[in-house]
Design a protein around this ligand. Structure first.
Ligand code: SF4
Ligand code: ZN
Length: 281
């Protein structure tokens, strides 16, 4: 199926972007986010690229260069946030320290930090929405991983539009969160790969060098046996369950983190819990 049409349909069906809104596209430099930026730009949306330099040596340098050239060619504004400047360390070092001190490992730490930076910078850039390149395969992995961990609640925000403003029923405010959208939510990874190759985007197709041995990588490996329509069923069936699960499980008022002022479910946000590990170093 035509990816551009799929993206258009998802945006319309879930009302992801209103006319005139500014959309910050979170760029990793890979096929998904690059294709997403290209398609949103082509569809006429007001986009701005936002990339986090994770300090992964040559890999990061190539991604930065590729995205700088890509955005320049399309005349799309691009902001690159340097994790080292923002936080003092690169992602591999941060992950190693946090694993030792808090036994939090894999991409969880990186995900928390990236969400924190994206939210902060999207607000700085006065964005209405943050668009991420999550695709059908990512969403299937998320559903299955959460089931296997016995923590389905972790998937309650796995929807094409997250951070929805106020849920009166749940008394759950999400102020302080820039709303995140996933226009590639129902697009299989294989189709995005074909699209990026057909468009001859100058990008790297290698996986992040820091992701080795993570739970997501293991899940991805055995998930290879599933075909795209099975993945679609898993994701669509979970989407149907979300309203019921939200009523049953979601709780907690969102408040400002007492350290950084970003939204948090308790007194301190997840990112500041990670930053605590570095105070004594
Ligand atoms: Fe971070 Fe994991 Fe993604 Fe690499 S694969 S950028 S470590 S979340
Ligand atoms: Zn905080």
């Amino acid at each position: 199926m035509d990816i551009e049409k799929q993206v258009r349909d998802t945006i319309e069906k879930y009302n992801l972007i209103e006319k005139g809104e500014k959309v910050v596209v979170a760029l990793s430099g890979g096929k998904d986010s690059t294709s997403l930026l290209y398609i949103l730009h082509k569809l006429g949306y007001n986009v701005h690229g936002l990339m986090i330099d994770l300090d992964l040596g040559e890999w990061s340098k190539i991604h930065n260069k590729n995205m700088t050239e890509f955005c320049k060619e399309l005349k799309i504004p691009l902001t690159i946030v340097d994790l080292k400047k923002e936080f003092g360390h690169g992602i591999c070092y941060i992950k190693a320290i946090v694993k030792k001190q808090k036994n939090l490992s894999g991409c969880t730490v990186c995900g928390i930090i990236k969400r924190w930076i994206l939210n902060k910078w999207a607000k700085k850039l006065k964005a209405d929405k943050i668009a991420t390149g999550h695709n059908l395969d990512d969403e299937t992995q998320t559903v299955l991983m959460n089931f296997l961990k016995g923590n389905v609640m972790l998937g309650l925000n796995s929807t094409p539009m997250t951070g929805i403003i106020v849920d009166e029923d749940l008394k759950c405010k999400t102020s302080g969160f820039a709303q995140r959208i996933k226009p590639l939510f129902f697009v299989p990874e294989s189709e995005i790969r074909n699209y990026a190759q057909k468009m001859k985007f100058k990008i790297l197709y290698d996986r992040c060098p820091c992701a080795i041995g993570t739970y997501r990588v293991e899940t991805r490996a055995w998930m290879a046996k599933l075909n795209d329509s099975q993945k679609m069923k898993i994701v669509e069936n979970f989407q149907k369950e979300i309203p019921r699960l939200k009523k049953k499980f979601a709780s907690g008022q969102i408040q400002e983190c007492k350290y950084c002022g970003e939204p948090a479910r308790g007194e301190i946000c997840n990112a500041c819990r990670i930053f605590e590990c570095f105070k004594e170093l």
